[in-house]
Design a binder for this molecule. Structure first.
Ligand code: 13P
Length: 253
């Protein structure tokens, strides 16, 4: 069964009481959704335990993840959080290489290391790839996205991609309300899959490639209908319970 994956990236938003409230709503309202949809939220580290508790009922299949991780498993790294700690807390996913972190100086090498340490600890990396507006206007989209992907393949090997999620997130569509058209997104998703297929056809077929960038309940259907779009990484719209629930329900078709 092909599962559509909807992951909410809460970024640096929310309070403890807000996290608790939205999780109660999500757990209640999404209880009847079918297994055709995979759902997860990625709160700030400090809100994770609250989220984890809200998801602790045995029948609840919503999962949670982190927005970042340190490259090392342990050590004197003040203020950092390790994959071992995330695994201990029951996380499933780790967003790796989000453009908001790349823009803050995260290198391809660090991203590959984070990808590796995430998998070593039994977690699933959600590897973000995406071009800026200038790069798109210069016709560099595919080259930029594939270079970001190749940096991880170089360090971790193509087989590692089979236990990961790829998220195509064009930077110009993040938080701008300017979604990539379904055609634009599909073209890049296809290109990513074709590139993987040149190295390993099984990985190309099985890896989930989700789209992020102003996904909402109005554009989700058209995006999810595309052959190579396997779900969404949702920012702003995941902070509104009703919107996020609608997007999850749209994915349930
Ligand atoms: P928005 O949905 O707010 O554009 O954010 C997308 C994103 O960056 C998810 O990781």
């Amino acid at each position: 069964m092909q599962q559509t994956l909807v992951i909410g990236n809460w970024k640096m938003h929310g309070t403890l009481s807000w996290s608790q409230k939205i999780m109660e709503t999500l757990v209640g309202e999404l209880a009847g959704i079918s297994e055709k949809v995979g759902i997860a939220v990625c709160p700030a580290y400090i809100h994770m335990e609250t989220v984890s508790r809200a998801l602790s009922k045995p029948e609840c299949f919503i999962r949670f993840g982190a927005q970042n991780v340190h490259t090392k498993e342990e050590g004197a790294f003040t203020g950092e959080i390790s994959a071992t700690m995330l695994s201990d807390l029951g996380a499933t996913f780790v967003i790796v290489g989000h453009s908001e972190r790349r823009e803050a100086g995260e290198t391809d090498k660090a991203i590959a290391e984070k990808f590796k340490v995430t998998q070593t600890n039994g977690l699933v990396p959600v590897l973000c790839l995406g071009e800026s507006l200038v790069q798109r206007e210069h016709g560099e989209t595919e080259q930029v996205v594939l270079n970001q992907l190749d940096a991880v393949i170089f360090e971790c090997g193509i087989d590692a991609l089979s236990d990961s999620i790829i998220a195509y997130e064009p930077i110009w569509a993040i938080g701008t309300g300017k979604t990539a058209s379904a055609d634009q997104a599909q073209t890049v998703h296809r290109c990513i899959r074709d590139h993987l297929a040149e190295k390993n056809e099984v990985v190309a077929k099985t890896v989930k490639i989700i789209y992020g960038g102003s996904v909402n309940s109005t554009n989700a259907k058209e995006l999810f209908d595309q052959a190579d779009i396997d779900g969404g990484l949702v920012g702003g719209a995941s902070l509104k319970a009703e919107e996020f629930i609608s997007i999850c329900k749209i994915a349930d078709y």
